[in-house]
Write a protein that binds this ligand. Structure first.
Ligand SMILES: CC(C)(COP(=O)(O)OP(=O)(O)OC[C@H]1O[C@@H](n2cnc3c(N)ncnc32)[C@H](O)[C@@H]1OP(=O)(O)O)[C@@H](O)C(=O)NCCC(=O)NCCS
Length: 391
């Protein structure tokens, strides 16, 4: 019988603004705390875990030297448990879940953790991402020469995408206001609460406080202020701080298992991973691979978009979910129903785990069946996953 990869449980920290409530957390400690909570809450015998796979996009400074292994040690888990850290840019956390699920399906692992972490407070995006900043030397001379020296950072790329799809500033801002309103409503209604890792943070005055919500959400968003924000990446551009994802801190972790092994261990699977895809497209436009990745995930699953009850398209910038929605003709009421990275924030490596957690919870809350998650990734790549809620 073929092996199935299931999600046993999924948790995430409240997201902090850059320099905000999670600023005093070393990213390895934040991840260790998140993983330790997941292990404790599920009751999994840690000796049965085969690996801890972690997405982290900015592997410099405090996030270098394999955060996954260091977090295992920090979490007090057995020293015999390995860990590895990967970089699929903004989709790193989603890729970590995929690699864990793929190892489970292949028969190599029975239990593994797929997780993600990023502290954009303690490790910054780098010079390429400063509006008007220089070229990143990570491209190497050959890749740059292949594209006439013009491989833009995400900001200038998304301006090209917004132009290509003909979006107006009003459309982009309306989308971002909706993201805040949906996230605020979900947060106020307590829809995020069951997935949040209990932890302390630091408030504006330097006091230690118990955190219970995401710091980036504007609960009283003012559309006029959003409309008045200046473009950040070019003077006549459409992208502002209001319709871009926020720079943030956070961590997320999921326990993945082979379905039979989970059940035999007395663990109730919450969702089944139906299909997993990765795709790449134009590295100049950068945000378009969510289309072939989603299509591939649907084909692998033998489903059509009409079968999918809920979709999460990472809100890297407003044009990204908008172009996905336009190309798939998908109902607005089923897409990013609890807001996204524009309102909540986008701690890069952690976002895939946060969105997967969100999808599992929301499928359960609505008693719906299939959910699709796709994340655009620097360099023009994207991951897509389809999951099915299990009773
Ligand atoms: C767009 C970007 C450059 C803005 O950075 P920033 O200037 O540090 O952003 P801030 O949060 O400080 O916002 C700037 C200003 O806009 C205001 N603002 C932002 N969003 C707002 C909103 N929704 N409503 C009203 N005001 C808003 C802030 O209050 C701030 O005002 P202030 O200067 O008076 O304090 C940054 O968020 C970014 O690069 N995002 C994308 C990150 C990225 O590339 N991720 C990877 C790829 S997806």
């Amino acid at each position: 019988m073929s092996r199935e990869a299931v999600i046993v449980d999924a948790v995430r920290t409240p997201v902090g603004k850059r320099g905000g409530q999670l600023r005093d957390w070393h990213p390895v400690d934040l991840l260790a705390h998140t993983i330790a909570y997941l292990v404790d809450r599920t009751g999994i015998d840690a000796a049965r875990l085969a690996d801890v796979i972690v997405g982290c996009a900015l592997q410099r400074g405090e996030q270098s030297g394999n955060v996954a292994r260091n977090a295992v040690l920090g979490a007090g888990l057995p020293v015999s448990l390995p860990g590895t850290t990967l970089d699929r840019q903004c989709g790193s956390g989603q890729q970590a879940v995929h690699f864990a699920a793929q190892a489970i399906k292949s028969g190599e692992y029975d239990f593994a953790i797929g997780a993600g972490v990023e502290s954009m407070t303690r490790v910054d995006l780098g010079p390429l991402f400063v509006p008007g900043g220089g070229r990143g030397d990570w491209y190497g001379t050959r890749a740059l020469a292949r594209f006439d020296g013009d491989l833009p950072a995400q900001g200038p790329s998304v301006e090209l995408v917004a132009k290509k799809w003909g979006f107006t500033r009003q459309q982009l801002d309306a989308y971002s206001v909706q993201s805040h309103r949906r996230a605020a409503a979900a947060s106020d209604a307590g829809h995020f609460a069951s997935a949040l890792v209990p932890l302390d943070g630091t408030d504006k005055n330097g006091n230690t406080v118990a955190l219970s919500r995401d710091e980036g959400i504007r609960f009283d968003i003012d559309p006029e202020r959003v409309a008045g924000l200046q473009p950040v990446f070019s003077p006549d551009g459409l992208i502002t701080a209001g319709n871009a994802s926020q720079m943030s801190d956070g961590a997320a972790a999921l326990l993945l298992a082979e379905r039979g092994a989970a059940e035999a261990a007395g663990l109730r699977p919450r969702a089944r991973i139906v299909s997993m895809a990765v795709a790449a497209d134009d590295p100049v436009l950068q945000f378009t691979a969510i289309l072939p990745a989603s299509q591939r995930a649907l084909e692998q699953a033998g489903l059509t978009i009409g079968d999918i009850d809920l979709v999460e398209v990472n809100e890297a910038f407003s044009p990204v979910p908008l172009l996905w929605r336009e190309e798939f003709g998908y109902p607005e009421e089923q897409l990013n129903v609890n807001g996204g990275s524009i309102a909540i924030g986008h701690p890069l490596g952690s976002t895939g785990g946060r969105l997967m957690t969100q999808l599992v919870n929301e499928l359960e809350r609505r008693q719906a069946r299939y959910g699709l998650l796709t994340i655009c990734e620097g360099g023009g790549m994207a991951n897509a996953s389809i999951i099915e809620r299990l009773d």
